[in-house]
Write a protein of this length. Structure first.
Length: 357
């Protein structure tokens, strides 16, 4: 990776956004972009606080901000794009030096990105990538690979035949689309005898449970479930229990369940046989490298596609958008290889979900 001068381009008309209250995390003098000790002040919008994964991200963020010498101003957009747009305006009005955000609706971010670009405020998006507009860096994982890893696991466990339900996130999100496409394409190419029932849920656990229950009622021979995130975990287990299907993997009635996120509860459920696999999405690395790249932007550094020094690769998504794709391993009970995809055991100490303390 090479460094140099950071350039911004003006992205057109600025859209007026509503003002919202800002919660502060230390420091004075935020309107000048530095605190009383001269540390740069950056804004971090937390996308939601109703899932274990995002609560873990929220927990890690102040820790890495302190390590990197940054001061935080934080907001929580609560999975509401209107709140996120308003929070972006708040950050601008407070003169922060950079902003990290994780827009759950990636199709509606252009106005906020335009306004921050006009103010020369670098933006790092976490977990998701905006459909349009430039950002300094995207900190993410290969979400198509999430779908493929789930497909390989279920395809192997089902012996290439049967029926599975895919509880999708939100197709307005690049993550929902990528995970869906990765899963469907892998199934079509490698396991054509497996029928997939795709259910859009808008990342809503109650909706996911309702859709799964309807599918199991209509198709009692369903043998697999792919949850695109752990938001659906509680509801899925409840539905399986109600249907008499929450049994161990040695039981012929077992329904194989693959999740995404790698939260502590998933790892425990894998070890105890309630679910079978997950893909560990790196909450701690999302927090670390979102702030790492904000600091780099403030210091005027730039990056190019290629391998990094932290076991990842930067790719160019389109002009003006680079993405650091962090590692996200498949996790299983036995640490085996499924359809050519290696996995880690659920008790592996390298997994962030086993190290929350």
């Amino acid at each position: 990776m090479k460094t140099g001068c950071l350039r911004y381009s003006c992205l057109g008309a600025v859209t007026a956004l509503a003002f919202t209250a800002l919660s502060a995390c230390g420091g004075s003098g935020a309107d000048s972009g530095v605190d009383a000790d001269g540390a740069p002040v950056v804004g971090v919008d937390y996308p939601r606080s109703d899932t274990d994964f995002w609560n873990s991200y929220i927990k890690y963020t102040p820790q890495f901000a302190q390590e990197l010498g940054l001061r935080l101003k934080t907001t929580n957009s609560q999975n509401d794009i209107a709140k996120l747009l308003a929070n972006a305006q708040t950050f601008i009005s407070r003169g922060v030096k950079g902003v990290a955000m994780a827009p759950q609706n990636t199709a509606a971010m252009a106005p906020a990105l335009q306004q921050m670009a006009a103010q020369k405020i670098p933006v790092v998006t976490v977990d998701t990538r905006p459909d349009t507009g430039d950002v300094y860096m995207v900190v993410r994982t290969d979400n198509r690979a999430y779908g493929e890893k789930a497909c390989r696991f279920l395809g192997t466990k089902l012996g290439g035949e049967g029926k599975v339900v895919m509880l999708q996130g939100d197709l307005a999100s690049i993550n929902g689309r990528d995970r869906t496409e990765g899963f469907n394409e892998c199934m079509k190419e490698n396991y054509p005898k497996i029928k997939v029932f795709g259910e859009a849920t808008n990342w809503d656990g109650a909706v996911a449970a309702q859709r799964l229950q309807a599918d199991l009622t209509a198709h009692p021979d369903i043998k697999g479930v792919y949850m695109q995130a752990s938001f659906a975990l509680s509801g899925t287990l409840q539905v399986l229990k109600q249907q008499g299907l929450l049994v161990g993997p040695e039981d012929k009635n077992h329904v194989f369940v693959v999740s995404n996120d790698g939260i502590p509860r998933e790892l425990k459920d894998i070890a105890e046989g309630r679910i079978d696999a997950t893909v560990s999405q790196p909450a701690e690395l999302y927090a670390k490298y979102a702030l790492y790249y904000l600091k780099a932007a403030i210091e005027g550094k730039t990056f190019k596609p290629g391998k990094t020094d932290h076991d990842s690769a930067i790719i160019q998504v389109r002009d003006g958008v680079l993405e650091d794709q962090l590692s996200a391993p498949l996790v299983t009970a036995d640490g085996g290889t499924y359809g050519g995809v290696p996995s880690l055991k659920s008790d592996d100490t390298s997994l962030w979900g086993n190290n929350l303390g």
